[in-house]
Design a protein around this ligand. Structure first.
Ligand SMILES: Nc1nc2c(ncn2[C@@H]2O[C@H](COP(=O)(O)OP(=O)(O)OP(=O)(O)O)[C@@H](O)[C@H]2O)c(=O)[nH]1
Ligand SMILES: [Zn+2]
Length: 314
């Protein structure tokens, strides 16, 4: 693809979205400062018009400033990360907002210590990744603070279920080459709780000369202003997208009825449940609970299931 479309149009990827302005990078690595207009067409129905990760067609506008344009077309998205919107606070009446698109994998960043590994949180993110159909990569940072062997043992239930894990230290650099290879050639959305070292990790990945700035690092945590995702190039070939935390993701499609399907290791033992609609919580002769007792299903994962189940409305 040479990045040309029509006579003067260029195609590119939206790298940044802020206050109605978009930065679009074309195939020649030029950045175009763009707006949308009434004639902007989209292949994504009534979803958010433009999001980070979108492939768009830009029509250059005349003017002194170089590399400015309008977005004339938004290409169909292969995947989206969404968050719920407060209806009272947005005029468009949009219920969900696409915060990033065309993502290849969800990177779940956790910490081995300070704060300690929070498996419940990893499981919540995994439920989201299964529900959204996004392959997950579990990255545990700060391995310099713990015994690596102990950590590997704690992560065994994930490896056993086919989830990829990667143990790193943004500080010492341990495991960073493996992480780079897992990110290579992909658009990866990073998520994780405050303090796990997500910003430090991203800084290290993109190189010291492109430090993550205040807007990116979630400086205004708790305040719902930094909802804009930003895409950053990882040297080598790949992009990372920094996103707001999981609480912002749209989980409204996850119900007590379908939660069990987002725990892949339940699928096999579930066939032995006495009731086809078994929720694996209180029913007698439950195949999943039996599997937990036999050690075929990890008890911690099952506890996460029950905890998430409780938070969902009946
Ligand atoms: N020991 C150790 N500390 C680390 C490592 N990576 C990051 N930290 C420290 O952990 C703290 C939190 O790091 P941040 O990068 O700000 O964490 P964050 O996840 O981006 O948190 P928010 O910015 O609040 O979203 C900082 O004091 C870092 O210096 C690591 O690999 N090992
Ligand atoms: Zn059951």
């Amino acid at each position: 693809m040479n990045g040309r479309h029509g006579d003067t149009d260029v195609t590119g990827i939206v790298h940044e979205a802020r206050g109605g302005m978009y930065v679009v990078r074309d195939a020649c690595d030029r950045d175009w400062l763009c707006r949308t207009f009434r004639g902007t067409r989209t292949e994504n129905g009534d979803e958010t018009l433009v999001a980070v990760g979108d492939r768009v067609v830009v029509r250059p506008t005349d003017g002194d400033a170089q590399e400015e344009g309008v977005i004339v077309q938004v290409r169909e998205r292969s995947s989206t990360l969404e968050r719920k919107r407060d209806r009272r606070r947005n005029r468009s009446g949009e219920v969900t907002q696409v915060i990033a698109s065309n993502i290849d994998q969800l990177v779940i960043v956790a910490s081995a210590g300070e704060p300690p590994l929070n498996r419940r949180l990893i499981d919540r993110y995994l439920v989201f990744s299964e529900y959204a159909g996004l392959p997950a990569l579990i990255v545990v940072n700060k391995v310099d603070l713990v015994e690596e062997g102990d950590l590997e043992k704690e992560l065994e239930p994930y490896a056993r279920n086919g989830y990829r894990t990667c143990i790193v230290s943004a500080e010492s650099g341990a495991g960073m080459d493996q992480l780079r290879s897992l990110l290579s050639g992909k658009i990866s959305a990073f998520s994780g709780h405050s303090g796990v070292g997500k910003s430090t990790l991203i800084n290290r990945l993109i190189g010291e000369d492109r430090l993550v700035t205040a807007e990116l690092s979630g400086n205004s945590r708790g305040v719902h202003t930094t909802t804009n995702a930003v895409m950053l190039a990882v040297p080598g070939d790949g992009y990372v997208i920094d996103t707001p935390g999981i609480r912002e993701f749209n989980l409204s499609g996850i119900t007590r009825e379908n939660l069990r399907f987002w725990f892949p290791e339940f699928l096999e033992p579930m066939r032995e449940c006495a009731y086809s609609s078994c929720t694996h919580t209180v029913e007698p002769r439950c195949g999943v609970r039996q599997a937990v007792e036999d050690g075929r299903v990890d008890a911690g994962r099952y506890e996460s299931y029950c905890a998430i189940f409780e938070t969902l409305e009946e």
